[in-house]
Ligand binder design. Structure first.
Ligand code: FES
Length: 105
């Protein structure tokens, strides 16, 4: 599935991410800067914070209770904030757009 990552300065990275990988893994494997993912995807660091494009919020789903509590550690959290390691890429998310925060805490 095609995922577009938009850096805070507006730079766009359009990459093909295999269904089953997380949005975080898609960034890390394709050298998209701006997602630190210190915990490696265990929902335990909040350094994979992204903003899901409004058009994709519903399809990307809601944060779990665990993710919500981890998001408290991220900066500049918005209603469309998610931890990208908790969004599983699938064909239904082909075309997904996420924006990256100015920095991961
Ligand atoms: Fe650590 Fe997502 S990679 S919470």
């Amino acid at each position: 599935a095609r995922v577009t990552y938009i850096e805070h300065d507006g730079r766009e990275h359009v990459v093909e991410v295999k269904p089953g990988l997380s949005v975080m893994e898609g960034a890390v494997r394709n050298n998209v800067p701006g997602i630190d993912a210190d915990c490696g995807g265990a929902c335990a660091c909040a350094t994979c914070h992204v903003y899901v494009d409004e058009a994709w919020r519903e399809k990307a789903g809601k944060a779990s209770a665990m993710e919500e509590s981890m998001l408290d550690f991220a900066e500049a959290v918005e209603p469309n904030s998610r931890l990208s390691c908790q969004i599983r890429v699938s064909d239904a998310l082909d075309g997904l757009i996420v924006r990256l925060p100015a920095n991961q805490h």
